[in-house]
Design a protein around this ligand. Structure first.
Ligand code: HEC
Ligand code: HEC
Length: 335
């Protein structure tokens, strides 16, 4: 096994020499396996990935006592292979519905800004948002730390990972560390493009990739690069009434940003229905139909969108390509 499970090892050691060994293992860098086309993983120097930090982060990610009452964990809304939710709006711990569709956390380490409006600067800071949001976990990070800090495995892992008792500093850094390990890029499309395996895609999927990257559909105008996103914000004309959610303008307060949302990754997109910030499109067929219209006319509509026509076969091919972006292994590398 690549990494030991620290806690069970901890129970077996007593004397101080063994404790030094434990600390040495805990401090070892956690090496994330990167798929063929992946850029280097951005990890802040102030919060390096170690065996102990990612193990603690994973435990906290699945911990329902982060919420009040203790009914939802981070994983309740971001779960499974693709770390997204399957409903348009997730239900928070007090039974309320959120106002946006829970996105996949695949490749979240590469995101420059978080949330669909880009309102959050980094993963550490992001952890505070769901814990304190009344519609999500409805809790308080200091209360959570008090509740968990004297309990194993939290007590030992917190000391091993950060040399201090579990508190807001530790919780935010540990969960962010675990999230950075969720790297996606193990799909047949990756094998085709980055590992030179021409047989990895069927003829239909290959044709779908050509349609996706064609000037007519211009999908790659926004869904570009390893993670299929330009990391920019666009109004794709889903609606003309943005009173429920102004998108990027909520943060910038600039009217030219009304209705703009961050271009999402398309990795594992076959698994992450329903689609869009509000979960308003149920299937990939509906998504393609939407883009084919060019979007509803309005001041901020992206000039990169143009109406296009596909035959039924071409549409099926494009969707087959999107299905080839599904990873064929679990994104979770933390034992
Ligand atoms: C009740 C459901 C729910 C819970 C619980 C929840 N989230 Fe989320 N999460 C969401 C929704 C909805 C969004 C989209 C918010 C937005 O863009 O404004 C989101 C967005 C995110 C993002 C930003 C992703 C991106 O691409 O910008 C991260 C990271 C994240 N959540 C991590 C977490 C972590 C860590 C926890 C636990 C501490 C957590 N979430 C708990 C629903 C939830
Ligand atoms: C002008 C930039 C732009 C172009 C061109 C574009 N997209 Fe998007 N796409 C976006 C944005 C922005 C969103 C998110 C909108 C929202 O959340 O409301 C999105 C969302 C999606 C989603 C939903 C993802 C999810 O997780 O909810 C899919 C699937 C998708 N696009 C596929 C395509 C395909 C296929 C094409 C070409 C036919 C295309 N896009 C062209 C910007 C673009």
């Amino acid at each position: 096994m690549r990494s030991i499970v620290l806690l069970s090892a901890l129970l077996l050691v007593g004397c101080s020499r063994d404790e030094n060994v434990m600390q040495e293992v805990a401090d070892r860098p956690f090496l994330v396996q990167l798929p063929p086309g992946a850029p280097p993983l951005p990890v802040p120097a102030a919060n390096p990935l170690t065996n102990a930090s990612v193990e603690l982060g994973k435990k906290l990610f699945f911990e329902k006592r982060l919420s009040d009452p203790s009914v939802v964990s981070c994983a309740s809304c971001h779960f499974g292979n693709a770390f997204a939710d399957t409903v348009a709006f997730s239900i928070g711990s007090n039974g309320s519905l959120g106002f946006r569709n829970a996105p996949t956390l695949a490749n979240v380490a590469y995101q420059e800004r978080l949330f669909m409006d880009g309102g959050i600067p980094d993963l550490e800071y992001q952890v505070l948002a769901p814990i304190h949001d009344a519609l999500e976990m409805n809790s308080d990070i200091n209360a959570v730390a008090l509740l968990l800090r004297d309990e194993e495995p939290y007590k030992s892992l917190s000391l091993l990972a950060y040399g201090r008792t579990l508190d807001a500093f530790v919780i935010t850094r540990a969960i962010a560390s675990y999230e950075r390990t969720l790297v996606s890029g193990w799909s047949r499309f990756d094998r085709y493009l980055y590992a030179n395996d021409a047989s990895a895609l069927t003829a239909q999927e290959l044709n779908g990739w050509n349609i996706f990257s064609s000037a007519a559909t211009n999908c790659t105008g926004c869904h570009s690069g390893f993670d299929f996103t330009d990391r920019d914000y666009h109004n794709i004309g889903l609606t003309t009434d943005h009173s429920a959610d102004e998108g990027r303008a909520r943060i910038t307060l600039v009217s030219a940003d009304i209705g703009k949302f961050k271009t999402p990754t398309l990795r594992n997109v076959a698994l992450t229905a329903p689609y869009m910030h509000n979960g308003s499109l149920a299937t990939l067929e509906e998504v393609v139909d939407h883009f084919a219209t060019g979007g509803l006319a309005q001041a901020n509509l992206s000039p990169q969108l143009q109406p296009f026509t596909l035959t039924a076969q071409e549409k099926a091919d494009l969707i087959a390509f999107l299905h080839a972006l599904t990873d064929d292994r679990s994104l979770d590398q933390v034992p």
